[in-house]
Structure formats: structure tokens, C-alpha cells
Design a protein around this ligand. Structure first.
Ligand code: 6PG
Length: 499
């Protein structure tokens, strides 16, 4: 369709100018792209127009109709949706089709959609439009000044989108460290492969995010209740940890939060916030996915459960009254040693959470035949996203060194770290247990570690139990695994038969 406007054609349209859509739009304008915007909420549209005007970069065209929006775009048109996940994606696409969308036009879903919905949508819209997806991490500030982008869909569509996404994404320098907005560097815009894979990778990112946050909160809980430090003192510990192997955005913001006083009471802000965690569901999707595919991610799943348990505040109030604890106080005479134990426990548990997330990506990549590139994914998370951390460069190096790595924990560098820090991790789990401080994330990670390095698990007994009550059979260690055996448990004398 011809561009009937006197204004320059737009490179991209943004539908949905809420917090994320507006920020992505301003970021695109900052990078000299022309953007056409549409939102059914007229206030969103005018707010974006105003901010775009102040920016005085690129051209922003506010459109009141989808047909006008389509006319402002060069062909093939690129239209990004920044709208809530769910059926609304289909509704907007149907409206775009009615307004004149053409088969070569590209529609990008930038919401937090469920990856299986994304795959279904690509199939549904084949021949009508090119359906593409880009998961965005980094919240409002990230979207505005440099998000991490996880793009997936046809390789051909990616070629049209890539220059824009590379320009607006967060960047890292040659050492893998984030650079300020609008500076040159390696962009954290990763093309993950076929349809749905980008949203899947973002879902796992969020699962890891849940675990990362939970692990930090457990350390805080211990330092607060067992060691009796103030939030400010704990904030100082996190600030110090942020200089070392734990350096990450989440540690940095936690230190900042813990030093913040409440605006009305002047108590530490954290003390006046209700201890009931919210969630939008991506962590739960990760846990469900891992259960469905049989790839254990216990630390991620425990982090979801921990949020659910926290939200049962009234039940916990009853529990606090009627369930009396028998505990042993922690020996805190050597405070630096205790803090060091916690540091190592956090590092090891965090490593396990990442190993679980990468393992889930490996299993699903094989199942879906995506051939996910873990070096690219780890590199793409080094800046812009919520789990950004210097540690991600180590992960990228590990996969670079051994692309077929079976589990991240087996990488020489990490196996060595786990060996060195393990005793401190064990002491932390023992002490928290003796003191009655829940550590579902840190302790589940330790069980994961101990299971994964255990040559013989008691699943032999479990198989016998299954055979006893349900004739489910078992394999023998001295015969091929495919040969199945059963004991006639109720007969006397008992005999073993091959099934
Ligand atoms: C990101 C975040 C983001 C997420 C929020 C809230 O990468 O920018 O993961 O996508 O939606 O952090 O998530 P919960 O409400 O589930 O905590």
C-alpha cells in the first residue's frame, strides 16, 4: 500500500502504548527510527506523543485508526504489539487483518505470551501475515534505555527486524560488561530460532529470576532473624558481595532496597511491606513445563511455592501460634565466617538454579528441535534483563568451551567452585534448619546437587515398591535395561519372572 502521508514512512508501528510500549517507542525514536503508534486508550496515545515531541528525535505519528497506522509504514510493514498476553493478541491481529494487513507484513508479539500460544499463532496466521515474537526483559527502564530481547520466528522476518532490535537493545563491552544507553557494544538481542523459542527462553529467564530472588530473600531472612542484623547492615553485606562473583542487578537492587527508610514511619521500608509475594505466572509456567517434560528444576519450583506460601498469610499467623518450634540458636561469635558461609551457599544455590534453567532449555530444545544456542542465550542475558550478572559470562564461556555440556554443574570451572564452597553451603543449610529458618531454595538446590552426583539413588527400592503393589516391573543392573522383571510377591515361595 502506498504511503499517503507527507511525513516520512515509519519503520515500525507500536500497538499498545502502556508502560512497556511507550518505553520501547521512545527507545526506537532515540535511535532515529520513525514510529507509528496506536492505543485504544487515548491518554496513552497523547502521553507518548508528548514525550516523543520533547525527545525531538525520529518521527512519531499518533494514529487514531489501524488503517491509518498501516498506511504510515514502509513495506513489508513491521508492527509490534505491546499488549497483555492472552486472547487480546488474536483480537488485535484480527482487527489488523480487517484494516488491510498483507501476507508479507510482520507482526511481532512483544508481550509475556506463553510460548505454546506463540507456536499456535504462527501456524494460525501462516499465509496471512508473518507472525514473529520478541520477549522483552528489563522492565520499564530496560525497555526505555536498553532491554534484553529474545526474538524468534522466521529467519527472513528477523533480517527486517534485526537492525531495530540491535539498536534499541542493551549492549555489553568486550569484557561482557553493560555499557551506558546509546553507546556502542555487542547488543543483547538474541535470535533464538523458530517460533515460540524466544518466549520459551524468556519464560525460563523468569523461572531463574524467581529462583535468584528467592535465594537472596532466604539469605536476608537468615541474616535478619538468626544473626539479628539490621536491614541496613544486610544491605552493606550485599553491596560488598556485589563486588565479587555474586555481582548482579538483583544483588545491587536488594542492597539499595534494604537501605531505604519508609517515607512515613522512618522504619526500614522492607519492614512495612506486607510479606505476601505476588506473581504473574511465568515462574509457574516454567515449573509446569519442567514437570511435563521430566526435567527437574526443583529450585525454580520451590521459588514458586515459596511465593504461594508467603501469600497464605492468615494461615501462617495460625501456624505461628499453634506450631511450636524446637530449635537451636546459631553460633554467631565468628560473624565473618557465618557471612562467608552464606555467601558461598548463595553462590552454589544460584549456580544450581541456572543449571536447572539451562537443563530445561536443553531438554525442550531437543524435544522441539530448536537447536538453541546456549552461548548466545547466556550472552544475551549479560545486560538489560533482570537476571543480568557477570556470572553469565562464565556460563557463556562454559558452553563455548563445551557446546554439548550435559549439565552446567559439570563444567570444570563450576565443578571446582562447588567443591570449594560446598562445605559452607552445607553449614548454612544445617544451621538454618537448626534455627528454624526456611530455606526452600538453598536447601532444594543442595538436594539437587547431592542427587545429581549420587551414583545410586534409592529409586531401586521405589521400583520394587511399584512392582509390589502394581506389578509395574523393574530392570536389573545385571541385565539389559529393556528387559523387565516382576516378582510374584503374593506367592509362596516368591519367584522372579521376566515380563
Ligand atoms: C523481566 C521480568 C518481567 C516480569 C516481572 C513480574 O524480565 O522484565 O521478568 O517480565 O513480568 O518481573 O513478574 P512476576 O509478577 O511474575 O514476579
Amino acid at each position: 500500500m502506498p504511503n499517503t502521508h507527507s511525513t516520512p514512512p515509519c519503520h515500525i508501528a507500536m500497538i499498545g502504548l502502556g508502560v512497556m510500549g511507550k518505553s520501547l517507542t521512545l527507545n526506537l525514536l532515540d535511535n532515529q527510527f520513525n514510529v507509528a503508534g496506536f492505543d485504544i486508550n487515548k491518554q496513552h496515545l497523547s502521553a507518548t506523543s508528548q514525550e516523543a515531541q520533547q525527545l525531538n528525535k525520529g518521527t512519531f505519528i499518533a494514529c487514531g485508526e489501524l488503517s491509518t497506522l498501516l498506511n504510515t509504514l514502509e513495506s513489508p510493514r513491521v508492527i509490534a504489539l505491546s499488549i497483555p498476553a492472552g486472547n487480546v493478541v488474536e483480537h488485535v491481529i484480527d482487527d489488523l487483518l480487517k484494516a488491510g494487513l498483507e501476507p508479507q507484513d510482520i507482526v511481532i508479539d512483544t508481550g509475556n505470551s506463553l510460548w505454546t500460544d506463540t507456536i499456535a499463532r504462527e501456524t494460525k496466521y501462516q499465509g496471512k501475515l508473518q507472525f514473529f515474537s520478541t520477549a522483552v526483559s528489563g522492565g520499564e527502564q530496560g525497555a526505555r534505555f536498553g532491554p534484553a530481547l529474545m526474538a524468534s520466528g522466521s529467519a527472513q522476518a528477523w533480517q527486517s527486524i534485526k537492525p531495530m532490535w540491535n539498536a534499541i537493545a542493551a549492549k555489553v563491552d568486550s569484557h561482557g560488561m553493560p555499557v551506558p544507553p546509546l553507546h556502542d557494544g555487542e547488543p543483547c538481542a538474541t535470535y533464538t530460532g523458530p517460533s515460540g523459542s524466544g518466549h520459551f527462553v524468556k519464560m525460563v529467564h523468569n523461572g531463574i529470576e524467581y529462583a535468584d530472588m528467592q535465594l537472596i530473600c532466604e539469605v536476608y531472612h537468615y541474616l535478619r532473624d538468626a544473626i539479628e542484623l539490621t536491614p541496613h547492615e544486610i544491605g552493606d553485606i550485599f553491596t560488598q558481595w556485589n563486588q565479587g562473583v555474586l555481582n548482579s542487578y538483583l544483588i545491587e537492587i536488594t542492597a539499595d532496597i534494604l537501605k531505604q527508610q519508609d517515607f512515613s514511619t522512618n522504619k526500614p521500608l522492607v519492614d512495612v511491606i506486607l510479606d505476601s509475594a505476588g506473581q504473574k505466572g511465568t515462574g509457574t509456567w516454567t515449573a509446569i513445563n519442567s514437570l511435563e517434560i521430566g526435567c527437574p528444576t526443583p529450585t525454580i519450583a520451590q521459588s514458586v511455592y515459596a511465593r504461594s506460601l508467603s501469600s497464605l498469610k492468615s494461615r501462617r499467623l495460625i501456624g505461628a501460634q499453634c506450631l511450636k518450634a524446637k530449635t537451636q540458636p546459631v553460633d554467631k561469635t565468628d560473624l565473618p565466617a557465618v557471612i562467608n558461609e552464606l555467601h558461598d551457599a548463595l553462590y552454589c544455590a544460584k549456580l544450581c538454579a541456572y543449571a536447572q534453567g539451562f537443563d530445561l532449555m536443553k531438554a525442550t530444545s531437543e524435544q522441539q528441535n530448536w537447536q538453541l544456542n546456549f552461548v548466545d542465550i547466556a550472552k544475551g542475558w549479560r545486560a538489560g534483563c533482570i537476571i543480568r550478572a557477570t556470572f553469565l559470562q562464565d556460563i557463556a564461556n562454559a558452553y563455548q568451551h563445551t557446546p554439548e555440556l550435559d549439565n552446567l554443574l559439570f563444567a570444570e570451572r563450576f565443578a571446582h567452585q562447588l567443591e570449594n564452597r560446598q562445605l559452607n553451603w552445607r553449614k548454612t543449610v544445617s544451621n538454618s534448619s537448626l534455627h528454624g529458618i526456611p530455606m526452600p531454595g538453598i536447601s532444594s538446590a543442595l538436594s539437587y546437587f547431592d542427587s545429581i552426583r549420587c551414583e545410586t539413588l534409592p529409586a531401586n527400592l521405589l521400583q520394587a515398591q511399584r512392582d509390589f503393589f502394581g506389578s509395574h516391573t523393574y530392570s536389573r543392573i545385571d541385565k539389559p535395561e529393556s528387559d523387565k522383571y516382576h516378582v510374584e510377591w503374593s506367592q509362596s515361595p516368591r519367584i522372579e519372572v521376566k515380563r
